[in-house]
Structure formats: C-alpha cells, structure tokens
Design a protein around this ligand. Structure first.
Ligand SMILES: CC(C)(COP(=O)(O)OP(=O)(O)OC[C@H]1O[C@@H](n2cnc3c(N)ncnc32)[C@H](O)[C@@H]1OP(=O)(O)O)[C@@H](O)C(=O)NCCC(=O)NCCS
Length: 174
C-alpha cells in the first residue's frame, strides 16, 4: 500500500465537492443527534447509550483517520457547516474489501443528500486502495435499497434473505 495520507488532504482533490469534510471533535452535538435519530439508530450501528462524552471520544479517533485506517468516515455539510449526512467505510485491509455505510439527518432526507454521499464514496474509494466495496442493507430498509438502486449500484447475491448487497461502482467520470 502507498503511504497513508490524512483523509482531509483528499477531499478537495478527489471528490470535487466542497461540502465534504472529515469529522471534527466539535461535531459531538451533531453526532449525538444522529445517534439519537430513530431511523439512523434502526439501520446503522449506534452505541447503546449515546452521550456527548462517547461522541467526543469517537470523534477524536475519526478526526485523525488516514487512507490506511480501518475506518474512514466523511460528512457532507451545508453552507453554514451543518452536517447533512455521513458516508463511511469499514475496511478489511487483508482482503482489501470494505463495507460502505451511510446516513442522512432526518431534516435533510429526500433532497439528494444520500445520492451525493454515494457519489462521494465512489470518488474516495480509489485512494483507499480497495479491491471491492459493498453497501449491505437490511431487506426491510426500503429507503436505502431505493437509494442504492436509484444511484445505479448493482445488486449482488447474498447468502441470507435478511440482507441485500450492492457493489460500489467505479468512480463517476469527471
Ligand atoms: C436511506 C437514506 C440515506 C436516503 O437518503 P436521502 O438523502 O433521503 O436520499 P436522496 O434524497 O438522495 O434520494 C434519492 C432517491 O432514492 C430513493 N429514495 C430515497 N429515500 C427513499 C424513501 N424513503 N422511499 C423511497 N425511495 C427513496 C428515491 O428514488 C430518491 O429519489 P426521489 O427523491 O427523486 O424520489 C436516508 O433515508 C437515511 O439516512 N435513512 C436512515 C439511515 C439508513 O437507512 N442508512 C442506510 C443503512 S444501509
């Protein structure tokens, strides 16, 4: 693997999206709000007892992520730096395979934020040197499955009827 770079150094160049940035320790209230969002808590892994302290601890790690980290998470913000949503990779470095996770804050859904996050994942993936990445959704998560379909992520077979898997496509041509 090439030398690890801070994620922040990639965002301007690889995504061309000024609204993407890394998490900061000061984002604890926004992260806590996301953990307390019922839809995010239902479909994404969130701590059983969310708190500002826990959010601050998690953010301290996330703010130091590099292209070599086992997890890479970035947020999409609006003009006033409000966090609209997150896209993240959980990476198995040995296999160079990742699972892509994402969420959009409750007040910002159905405005194209999820689509922008999935595009950002496609643009970021090459810098993470992955062989493949997948988004895996519970079968009942109609919004996530509709979003992945709308964004053209091809579905691949799983060994369970409880979850559906979608392959991260190649980066969008500039
Ligand atoms: C799934 C989620 C990320 C979608 O984000 P979003 O910003 O609302 O998605 P977009 O606005 O980009 O939607 C793009 C398209 O996806 C489809 N879509 C998105 N949400 C949908 C929903 N609730 N029902 C049906 N289709 C939906 C539509 O085709 C939509 O286009 P349209 O709005 O023009 O009809 C959001 O609902 C969310 O955060 N849910 C909770 C967390 C979660 O489920 N994470 C995924 C775990 S696998």
């Amino acid at each position: 693997m090439t030398e690890a770079q801070p994620i922040a150094s990639l965002l301007g160049d690889t995504t061309g999206d000024a609204g993407l940035r890394t998490w900061r320790v000061g984002d604890a209230p926004a992260l806590l709000a996301a953990w307390n969002d019922p839809e995010i808590a239902r479909w994404n892994g969130v701590p059983p007892e969310p708190s500002v302290e826990l959010a601050t601890k998690w953010l301290t790690g996330a703010s130091r992520q590099t292209t070599g980290s086992p997890s890479v998470d970035v947020v999409l913000v609006d003009d006033s730096d409000e966090i609209l949503g997150e896209i993240g990779f959980v990476i198995d470095r040995q296999r160079q395979v990742a699972e892509v996770g994402f969420w959009v804050g409750g007040a910002h859904r159905r405005r194209g934020v999820g689509s922008r996050l999935l595009t950002a994942a496609r643009q970021l993936a090459p810098a993470l040197e992955l062989e493949r990445a997948f988004a895996i959704s519970e079968t009942e998560n109609e919004a996530a499955i509709a979003l992945l379909g709308a964004c053209g992520w091809p579905e691949v077979a799983t060994t369970t009827s409880k979850r559906r898997a979608f392959l991260l496509p190649a980066p969008k041509p500039a």
